[in-house]
Design a binder for this molecule. Structure first.
Ligand code: MSP
Length: 510
């Protein structure tokens, strides 16, 4: 498999005043699977963090009787626990209140001024503090914020601000979208952004003078929170100083976001970078929403948030990771329920995968004292030859479900091998060569599964690896390890507890 160029993937930086819910965990987990898969082929880096400026934060801090800085400092630890709770490993966590970020924002602003793309003007319009967005009069719904999740009262703002000449970038952006359709996926989001671009772009204000919780500008006022937030993707790489060379190595990167913020990431952010003479992101993927069964987006403002920490407590991180990426095509909205989670846990993970490991190692124990036999003339090898490249291609194209479907074909194949070859009969009839071949196929097949599943379920894949008697973890380079026959004869396997103990529905008390 070709060694890939250094890979850099980011999640949105989450609003610090919110509470982590299952939607934030979803993005975080998907990003982690991508970074871990990329890392199996070469250098890869993942970034997440928190978005800490803006009027909403200032208001919440005041309500809590704290300064905005005290308030954000009190909330940051909670967000830092989100990724580790789901076994997601990021190389960096950026907070927009950090000095490195402030420096980068001011440097980018300066570059855009030099390009004559920033000018002073008076801004008047309807502002929604909750969404930190200006809305044109025509878009308001009954005089309120048009975002269906919000619908809060808007306020009229009139202030002297800095403007970004976004209109100048309509044509370059249209060219980008037309020549590189893979820049934004899936297609539905691409079509939406194309429609916005074809309608024409208006300049917009990138500073605020009505409040001061933001990055202060030399002549007064603070940067608009979205302008500041987008820059995190390069400030975290050390731009512009780049003392560690991370920016030079990893930029341009790939952004993974929810669909509601596609306009910021695929129109405004590329235009900012073009204006500053910097490379634009290589790709953006805008995924769908997790909804409640009623079809509404799960989020704090609707009060239907599912607590990801409680869900992890019940199912474990890996089961939740698997469910979220197997349940629906990545990009579409989908609803979740505890019942659906329990079903997938018990059937896909417990019955299909967990039992395959348990049955295989139990037979090896019984017939060969737990020692892996010599490789024989098994049939599994040819069936899995294309699997590593297929899985890699699917994951790198954000087709997580399809990648898992391919992996599960092998789980099914191995289970079928047991049912059809009936090792217990081979043993009974002393067909030793055939028995060795089947047992080797099962163990080597399981070793492949643990390598391929590692990005999706790092802890369970490591436990499989351990039970197979292998040292270390399955976090390895695929082109070195996914070579059929690498599992050494006489490896002493180590059967252990069930991988995915059954989870029963709660007993209803009468
Ligand atoms: N702070 C901005 C992003 C700035 S990026 C430069 C923001 N923050 S947020 O806290 O509201 O997080 C939004 C992101 O969380 C979504 O884009 C998505 O990645 C994730 N999700 C939040 N709710 C979600 C669902 N119900 N379903 C799926 N993902 C969800 O916007």
């Amino acid at each position: 498999m070709p060694h890939q160029r250094p890979f850099y993937l980011t999640t949105p930086i989450f609003y610090i005043s919110g509470t982590p819910h299952i939607g934030h965990a979803y993005t975080t987990i998907a990003a982690d699977v991508l970074v871990r898969t990329a890392r199996a082929h070469g250098p890869a880096r993942g970034l997440t963090g928190t978005d800490e400026h803006g009027q909403k934060v200032a208001n919440a801090a005041a309500a809590a009787g704290m300064t905005p800085q005290q308030y954000v400092d009190s909330l940051a630890p909670k967000w830092r626990t989100l990724a580790p709770a789901f076994d997601a490993h990021f190389d960096d966590f950026i907070r927009t209140t950090e000095p490195r970020h402030v420096r980068a924002c001011l440097a980018l602003f300066e570059r855009m001024r030099i390009s004559d793309d920033v000018y002073e003007g008076v801004y008047e319009g309807w502002y929604c503090t909750n969404d930190e967005t200006f809305w044109p009069e025509a878009k308001l719904v009954d005089g309120r914020c048009p975002n269906p999740e919000c619908r809060r009262a808007v306020q009229w703002l009139s202030e002297k601000n800095w403007f970004f000449r976004l209109s100048k970038y309509q044509q370059p952006l249209l060219d980008l979208f037309r020549t590189k359709p893979e820049f934004l996926r899936p297609q539905t989001r691409y079509n939406e952004m194309m429609a916005i671009l074809e309608e024409g772009l208006e300049d917009f204000s990138i500073s605020r003078s009505s409040f001061d919780w933001g990055i202060p500008l030399p002549g007064g006022g603070v940067l608009y929170v979205w302008y500041d937030a987008l820059i995190n993707y390069i400030s975290a790489l050390g731009w512009p100083e780049d003392a560690d060379g991370l920016y030079a190595r990893f930029w341009p990167g790939v952004h993974l976001i929810g669909k509601e913020i596609a306009r910021f990431h695929t129109i405004i952010w590329p235009a900012m970078l073009m204006s500053a003479g910097l490379p634009i992101p290589s790709r953006v993927f805008a995924h769908g929403w997790i909804t409640s069964d009623a079809g509404t987006k799960i989020g704090k403002s609707l009060g239907n948030a599912m607590d990801p920490f409680a869900m992890r407590g019940e199912f474990g991180a890996d089961s939740l990771r698997y469910f979220l990426l197997r349940e629906a095509p990545f990009g579409s909205d989908f609803s979740i329920s505890i019942e659906k989670l329990r079903q997938r846990h018990n059937s896909d993970l417990g019955n299909d995968l967990g039992n395959l490991l348990r049955r295989s190692l139990a037979m090896l124990q019984k017939y060969r004292n737990g020692l892996v036999p010599e490789a024989g003339a098994g049939t599994v090898q040819e069936r899995v030859a294309d699997l590593p490249s297929l899985v890699n291609e699917h994951v790198m194209a954000f087709r997580f479900r399809e990648a898992l479907d391919e992996i599960w074909n092998v789980v099914t194949l191995l289970n079928r091998t047991i049912d059809e070859q009936k090792p217990w009969e081979l043993y009974k009839h002393q067909r030793e060569v055939e028995l060795d071949a089947v047992l080797y196929d099962l163990c080597e097949g399981l070793r492949w599964l643990s390598l391929l599943l590692f990005p999706f379920m790092p802890a369970k894949a490591t436990e499989m690896w351990r039970q197979l008697g292998l040292a270390g973890t399955p976090e390895r380079q695929w082109d070195e390890e996914l070579v059929w026959g690498r599992l050494a004869a006489n490896t002493q396997t180590n059967p252990g507890d069930a991988l995915f103990p059954r989870i029963e529905p709660p007993v209803l008390s009468s």
